[in-house]
Ligand binder design. Structure first.
Ligand code: AP5
Length: 216
């Protein structure tokens, strides 16, 4: 099964992606995490993406499509993948479908995670991430066992620079302008499922898992 998680920044796509990928044995591919990895490794792609990410606007479609298709083409994604943060524009969605079709593959379900902007701001203003393994915490909703330290690897947790309030506002605008049209795109193709992402993490997992099972 191949799954897309769609939703605004802070909807909990990354949080849910880790759980859902485990349940269905899917390769979790987060475009944001891959880009942050490229930046950390100081690659040419990371250098090109840097400025867009820090401003809260989208990295150009051609760079993203090339990067994501490379990962989708790897052996560990052959048994099924879960896309988190990609596609994010109509051009990316169409480009993904065309390229998958050539490989006789397709997206089976797109889960649209709905949550309002006030909740997004609450979530992003309390988010802490592990720069080593990408684990995500929230200082109120899902705190680490020891404040400021990753449960899994012990590294010091950090705030993402794009979680500053003015960048979050820009990310929300970008989402409404560029990504919301994908809801209609996937609905027309008959593969859209919508869940409320406003509840607690376990409730959202149950909802996402339920709609994926229907499409399995
Ligand atoms: P990216 O890293 O993809 O950011 P995003 O989509 O804005 O999503 P986030 O990672 O901020 O949020 P999330 O939905 O994963 O929420 P999370 O689970 O962390 O992209 C960053 C940048 O990279 C973009 O701005 C762009 O520049 C570039 N980029 C990436 N992909 C691109 C693409 N395809 N095309 C072009 N450019 C691209 O949860 C958030 C917080 O809430 C956490 O603290 C978590 O613990 C907490 N939380 C989660 N669920 C719940 C819950 N149910 N209740 C309470 N708290 C919760």
């Amino acid at each position: 099964m191949n799954v897309v998680l769609l939703g605004p920044p802070g909807a909990g796509k990354g949080t849910q992606a880790v759980r859902i990928a485990r349940v269905f044995s899917l390769r979790h591919l987060s475009s944001g995490d891959i880009l942050r990895g490229e930046r950390k490794a100081k690659t040419e792609l990371g250098r090109q993406a840097h400025d867009y990410m820090d401003r809260g606007v989208l990295v150009p479609d051609d760079l993203i499509l090339r990067m994501m298709m490379e990962h989708i083409g790897q052996a560990d994604a052959a048994g099924g993948f879960l896309l988190d943060g990609f596609p994010r524009t109509l051009a990316q969605a169409r480009g993904l479908d065309e390229r998958l079709e050539r490989q006789h593959r397709k997206i089976d379900v797109t889960v649209n995670m709905e949550v309002d902007s006030a909740e997004v701001i609450r979530r992003l203003s309390g988010r802490w991430s592990c720069p080593q393994d990408g684990a995500t915490y929230h200082e109120v909703f899902s705190p680490p066992k020891q404040a400021g330290v990753c449960d899994a690897c012990g590294a010091a947790l950090a705030r993402r620079p794009d979680d500053e309030p003015d960048v979050v506002s820009q990310r929300l605008r970008t989402y409404h302008e560029e990504t919301v049209p994908l809801v209609a795109y996937y609905r027309e193709r008959g593969i859209l499922e919508t869940v409320s992402a406003a509840g607690a993490v376990d409730e959202v997992t149950a909802a996402v898992e339920g709609v994926c099972r229907k499409r399995q």
